[in-house]
Structure formats: C-alpha cells, structure tokens
Design a protein. Structure first.
Length: 199
C-alpha cells in the first residue's frame, strides 16, 4: 500500500510567513525553512518579531484569508487523491491552515498547534513530534505503507530521503544543487507523472 506525503507551504500554497511579511511590511518575516533549517530557532525569531510589532494571531489569520492555493494545486491534489492515499505533513499550525484546507477540498493534514493567549498574542507553539515529517513517514512505514514524498525545503529532505521515492518541488537552486540525487520538478503535471510512475 502506498501513501503520498506532501509538504504544504511552497508546494500547494504560498508561504504564509512571506505573505504576512508583505502584508505587514516587515521584511524580516520573509525568512522560512528554505533559509533556516533549525525550525525552533526560526519560530522563536518570528515570535520575537511579532511581539516587537504588537502583532498576534488575528492579524496573521486576516492575511491567510486572502491567500489562495498555488495555480493548479487543487486540481493536482484532487487527481492524486483518486489514485492513492495522500497526507499533507506540514510544520504550519492548525490555526493557520484551516482556511487553506477548505480551498483544497479538505485533504488530511498533520501539523502543529500554536499557543495563543486570550488577547490573541502568540505565546509559543507545540510541535506534534520531533522531526515531524521524518517521524511521520517512518510511522506510516511501520504501519505497512510505502511512502512517496515531496517538498521544497530543508525540513522536507528527511522524509524525501526516507521514502521509496522522493521529489523536490518548486525548491531553491541551492537546495537542488546540494541534493543532485533527488529529482526536482516545478510543474504539477511533472510531479503527478513522477508519483504515478513510483506507485
């Protein structure tokens, strides 16, 4: 039995933090896991900036409400889900993802939770598990699934390399150059064809 494991941001939807950086006019918030492999360090950096500017969950959710999936993402996901099981494994948070999942026809999503104070201030976050993408892929494999994985960032490499087939999608030139053994695609039809061949 196969299951396809996909990253969310940068693969199916635009990067939430980049969109919020542009909306808020705070360029420092453009930094993502493409730039900083240490997720804990990245999140503390983001939370510090939010606090400095007095911004909370409400402001980020207002930006997320304006974000649409990448062109072709919903159609890609809809077709993929007719031929195999699919799970989105993301380091985002349930409080961010819900409006985007609605626009993608409610695929299965494994992600994390924000800790939010009554006044809407984001005080911290709770990771579902350590190395969530790699850990989840290994858990699925222990249940009898063969995994096929795709993502765009440093934090996707573990699940891609641990899977029977793995692909970079819409990644950076630097990550592609550092991982020449991983097939890389930029179009949804190319990725769909590669997944079909791997099934």
């Amino acid at each position: 039995m196969n299951i396809v494991c996909l990253d969310m941001e940068g693969v199916l939807v635009p990067e939430i933090w980049i969109a919020f950086a542009e909306e808020s006019g705070i360029p420092e918030l453009r930094k993502t896991t493409r730039d900083e492999p240490d997720y804990d360090k990245l999140m503390h950096y983001r939370l510090d900036i939010l606090e400095q500017h007095g911004l909370g969950l409400k402001e980020i959710q207002e930006t997320i409400g304006k974000i649409d999936p990448l062109p072709g993402a919903k159609e890609f996901l809809d077709e993929l889900r007719t031929i195999t099981q699919v799970v989105i494994i993301s380091d985002t948070f349930t409080q961010f993802a819900k409006p985007l999942m609605a626009k993608l026809n409610w695929p299965t999503l494994f992600c994390n939770e924000l800790e939010v104070a009554l006044d809407g201030k984001i005080t911290g976050y709770k990771m579902r598990c350590q190395q969530s993408k790699l850990t989840t892929v290994k858990a699925l494999q222990s249940c009898g699934f063969e995994t096929i994985a795709s993502g765009d960032s440093h934090n996707d490499l573990g699940m891609i390399k641990a899977s029977k087939a793995g692909f970079l999608f819409k990644s950076t030139d630097k990550i592609k150059a550092e991982n020449p053994d991983i097939p890389a695609f930029d179009e949804f039809d190319e990725l769909l064809d590669a997944i079909k061949k791997a099934l």
